[in-house]
Design a protein around this ligand. Structure first.
Ligand SMILES: Cc1ncc(COP(=O)(O)O)c(C=O)c1O
Length: 397
């Protein structure tokens, strides 16, 4: 089969859609006014900002546009949600899960160093959080529970609605209501986000995961939720995120989410089928693999596979030479020699965790892409295994 370029790292980031780029361009050139300026240049930008906020609010079923603040990225949204709520409310305790993105994990670990309390809830082998354990960790000092909507490494979707119901029941008898935050960075554009249905007070999104630009995010803050800003300056974004608004990217991210929502049903079906074709092909053609993504509970695009007796990074480099882009664990964890915290939490053996790749599919992938991967991958796995003393000793047994 001829060499081709196959991008299977859409959970790390995505290509900006043509329609999104087109929508953004005028705000770099013609409509460049500062949205806070009173003159016509400024007011044109302000109008675009207002429209984007209204559209964005509708797309996630927020009650009003004032509940949306635009941020610089998903990491910033997560930090404002967690640190901001601890600063603004009585209590000093946050509950999260063991499999969160580092934007949450490291934020909570840093809070612990500053004297706050944090609990990290375990997950089952599919990656779903243990709700009974979560309940047992709640104290009078609990301010916020933060559980991701879907995990970036294995794609598992967490039972946010169920957690919300549990918290609502507990909140009935409490003076200080426990807030619920979800990091929806890996679900925006893949699942319809409805903040009412999910029952969350705070929700984080990042533009570059759904064919929007990088360096732009959003945080939904339910009306009445007390949050302290982490930055101080102008009155932008209702004082929550001071700094001249990035109108072009706000417009671009909103357009990207609008398009993703419109096309979701069709795209999800296609991506789901391609992902399953990849999974079935891998299982059929390659011995000693473990599928870490339980497709019953996962977003359609992600497939985490452990190739036993392999160094994931070596396979990744070989795939890259063959034109295939995937990722070893999550992009953010690459470079660390520690086994992935997500794979450890679902009980993967260190041997399996070491040889784990994440394939994340997207709207531009085709059947031919998957055929190509299934043609190339088995040979590469065999090649890497032949160089591995552990594999050779195993086969000599
Ligand atoms: C679940 C999750 N949360 C947060 C982030 C951080 O988003 P950003 O890159 O926009 O800061 C990522 C990025 O991979 C993610 O997957």
């Amino acid at each position: 089969m001829n060499k081709r370029e196959v991008y299977l790292d859409n959970s790390a980031t995505t290509k900006v859609r043509e329609e999104v780029l087109k929508e953004m361009l005028p705000y770099f050139t013609d409509v460049y006014g500062n949205a806070s300026s009173v003159h016509t240049y400024g007011q044109k930008s302000k109008a675009a900002l207002t429209k984007a906020r209204e559209t964005f609010a509708k797309l996630i079923n927020a009650e009003s546009p004032e509940e949306i603040i635009f941020t610089s990225c998903g990491t910033e949204s997560d930090n404002i949600a967690i640190v901001g709520s601890l600063l603004a409310n009585e209590g000093n305790h946050v509950i999260t899960s063991k499999i969160e993105h580092h934007a949450i994990l490291f934020t909570c670990q840093n809070l612990e160093k500053k004297g706050y309390k944090a609990d990290f809830i375990s997950v089952d082998k599919t990656g779903r959080v243990n709700i009974e354990e979560l309940k047992s960790k709640i104290t009078d000092d609990t301010v916020i529970v933060s559980i991701m909507h879907a995990n970036n490494e294995i794609g598992v979707i967490e039972p946010i609605e169920e957690i919300s119901k549990v918290l609502k029941e507990i909140n009935k008898t409490r003076k200080n209501k426990i807030l619920l935050h979800t990091d929806a960075v890996q679900t925006a554009g893949k699942l319809k986000l409805d903040v009412q249905k999910l029952g969350v007070d705070l929700l984080s999104v990042s533009g570059h995961k759904f064919y929007g630009p990088k360096g732009i995010g959003a945080l939904y803050i339910r009306k009445g939720t007390k949050i302290e800003p982490l930055f101080h300056g102008g009155h932008h974004e209702f004082g929550m995120k001071p700094g001249t608004e990035n109108v072009a990217e706000i417009v671009g991210m909103t357009k990207a989410l609008e398009l993703a929502n419109e096309e979701m049903e069709k795209e999800s079906k296609k991506i789901y089928e391609l992902r399953n074709k990849l999974m079935n092909g891998i299982v059929e053609k390659i011995p000693e693999v473990v599928i870490n993504t339980d497709i019953k509970y996962a977003v359609p695009s992600v497939l985490s596979v452990s190739f036993n007796y392999i160094e994931g990074e070596s396979l990744l480099l070989m795939l890259d030479m063959a034109g295939i882009a995937a990722s070893a664990g999550s992009a953010c964890a690459t470079g660390s020699s520690e086994p992935s915290h997500v794979l450890s939490a679902i009980g993967a053996s260190p041997l399996a965790a070491q040889g784990t790749l994440r394939f994340s599919l997207g709207r531009y992938n085709t059947e031919e892409d998957i055929d190509y991967v299934l043609d190339v991958l088995p040979n590469l796995v065999e090649k890497v295994r032949r160089m591995s003393p552990v594999w050779n000793n195993k086969t000599e047994d």
